[in-house]
Design a protein around this ligand. Sequence first.
Ligand SMILES: C[S@@+](CC[C@H](N)C(=O)[O-])C[C@H]1O[C@@H](n2cnc3c(N)ncnc32)[C@H](O)[C@@H]1O
Length: 188
Amino acid sequence: MGKVFFRSIVLETEEVYEPREDSFLFAHFLENLDLKGKKILEIGCGSGLLSILCSKGKAEVTAVDINEKAVECTLQNAEKNGCKIKAFQSDLFSFVQGKFDIILFNSPYLPVDEEKEWSAGEGSELILKFIENCKIHLFPNGRVLLLISSLTGLEKVLQAFRQEGFKTKSVAEESLFFEKILLLEASQ
Ligand SMILES: C[S@@+](CC[C@H](N)C(=O)[O-])C[C@H]1O[C@@H](n2cnc3c(N)ncnc32)[C@H](O)[C@@H]1O
């Protein structure tokens, strides 16, 4: 069984996306934010690393994933790391109710044949659908943190945020072997 460590967090990752550079770039950014009392929604929680980190930062966390194994894994990892997280299966926002201060999404950004069940499919349709649905789940001063790859089609993503009335900036970046990963912050 795969085990991944981040600070004091220990994660079991059997049959789910194993946290790697993208997850850690996101995690490093989150651990420097003041999340106390914030209502946070994570879309695509995988093994739960980002949600657990937010919960340790005293945020109230809801985590969803389309993959039921990821939901189970997040709940088990949360419990093992002494965190209380609400997690359930959902295709993006389909079963999500209510509004949040921050919505997180480390998106499945590689083309279909390069990843398995966590793939987004060709193009960036999933990410565009995500952006279209953010606003109704955000409080007025809420923001979105979305991690994408330079392979995703950055211009399309930025344009989609603009169309929804968001300002965007890149808050963290890392160059990998064949791509660059970017963490975008979108605010209204
Ligand atoms: C790149 S992984 C990120 C996992 C974890 N958040 C991390 O940072 O390590 C993307 C996750 O999105 C999930 N996912 C893919 N399509 C989804 C959808 N339509 N709705 C919700 N989650 C989805 C995948 O199952 C996967 O767990």
